[in-house]
Write a protein that binds this ligand. Structure first.
Ligand code: SAH
Length: 364
């Protein structure tokens, strides 16, 4: 049994079944035993691989995107360049290197990484040792000083806990986690249905609510509305509201049991882009997209960048550049995993912010 499983069992023995949302929050970010708090889960040797780990092109394009947006915004100085949940720090490292080509931008940048995991913050410090400009770390975005901001969030929103409601005879009941006769974790449902949910759906249907993701989007949108700037969300998810759960547990690149070994497996849910866009819009921000990641990266010139990198590269390097390009922009196929279609990109900006690169054709 994992140390966190022991603690959760004690908690349930004491308080009764807990909400699934709380279970997920503790599984991921319990200060002592949470999944992200204790390890570096990224890379081939870890549990999953993200776009910045697939290719330097990803962070480079986002660095140039940010510098270009800064210029479109009228080159505010200082500008806070912020990343939420920076993993190994690879995206920021590649972004800062590429942005050197944009005069004045790095000089104006005040860089902040928002990270709750001490283990990953340490990894980021190593990746970014000697980076210019100097980097500050915070545990929350509220700790980042005021002012115009350009914010990246790659595979951040999928890591926030979700709440589930299950349609039962008695109505929509929040999904709980308790223990069964053998002591294993098991799903249950709250005795009292949720009076606020009136949706019609067959018995057994599930509503997945990313309440914390919405709150994040809303808080950031309010900041951007008042102080200027933009948030770029890149993540796997869907564009239209829908029923059904998308929760998944992953360990060493394979699906795992959701309730087995809390703290040892990654738990994520697809991002409800519709809900994030609505929350940000209601908070006074402007919203661009979502558009597919493949479309976005092509518009930023990933094919040209790949062609440049291939010049003077060895045959092996050329093959790996082509593989990385395909993985980032192509749709998913059984024989070849691709992020181009499932992954979406949403920009949330201050109301007076010009359209960011890649979104000129998107409806605001
Ligand atoms: N963006 C990185 C890592 C994605 S994994 C990449 O693309 O490679 C999710 C990241 O978000 C991890 O760094 C994790 O520690 C961090 N994280 C999760 N919940 C967080 C929270 N509430 N606040 C800040 N960081 C968080």
């Amino acid at each position: 049994m994992t140390p966190l499983a022991r603690r959760l069992r004690e908690l349930i023995a004491c308080e009764g079944p807990i909400s699934f949302e709380r279970y997920m929050a503790l599984a991921l970010s319990d200060p002592d035993h949470g999944y992200y708090m204790t390890r570096d889960p990224l890379g081939e040797a870890g549990d999953f691989v993200t776009a910045p780990e697939i290719s330097q092109m990803f962070g480079e394009l986002l660095g140039v995107w940010a510098a270009d947006l800064w210029r479109r915004m009228g080159a505010p100085d200082p500008v806070r360049l912020i990343e939420l949940g920076p993993g190994r720090g690879t995206l920021m490292k590649d972004a800062l290197r590429a942005a050197r080509a944009c005069p004045g931008f790095l000089q104006a940048c005040d860089v902040h990484l928002v990270e709750i995991s001490p283990a990953l913050a340490e990894r980021q410090r190593r990746t970014l040792a000697g980076a210019a400009p100097a980097i500050a770390w915070s545990a929350s975005i509220e700790a980042v000083p005021e002012g115009p901001a350009i914010i990246f969030a790659n595979e951040f929103f999928d890591a926030l806990p979700v709440r589930h409601y299950v349609r039962l005879e008695r109505g929509w009941s929040e999904r709980l986690v308790g223990t069964d006769e053998t002591g294993a974790f098991a799903f249950g449902a709250a005795g009292e249905p949720e009076p606020g949910i009136v949706a019609e759906a067959p018995l057994g249907a599930v509503i997945e609510l990313g309440a914390e993701a919405r709150l994040f989007a809303e808080r950031i949108a309010r900041r951007l509305q008042a102080q200027g700037g933009a948030l770029l969300i890149l993540d796997y998810g869907y564009e239209r509201p829908r029923f059904g759960e998308t929760l998944q547990a992953v360990r060493r690149h394979a699906r795992a049991d959701i309730l087995a070994d809390p703290g040892e497996v990654d738990l994520t849910a697809h991002v409800d882009f519709y809900a994030l866009a609505r929350a940000a819009g209601a908070a006074g921000a402007r919203v661009f997209g979502p558009i597919e990641q493949g479309t976005f990266l092509r518009r930023l010139g990933i094919e040209e960048r790949a062609a440049r990198l291939k010049q003077g590269a060895s045959a092996d390097q050329i093959r790996s550049i082509e593989d990385a390009l395909a993985r980032l922009v192509d749709p998913n196929r059984p024989d070849r995993p691709g992020m181009g279609e499932l992954f979406k990109v949403l920009a949330v900006t201050a109301p007076d912010c010009p359209a960011p690169a890649g979104f000129e054709e998107a409806n605001a």
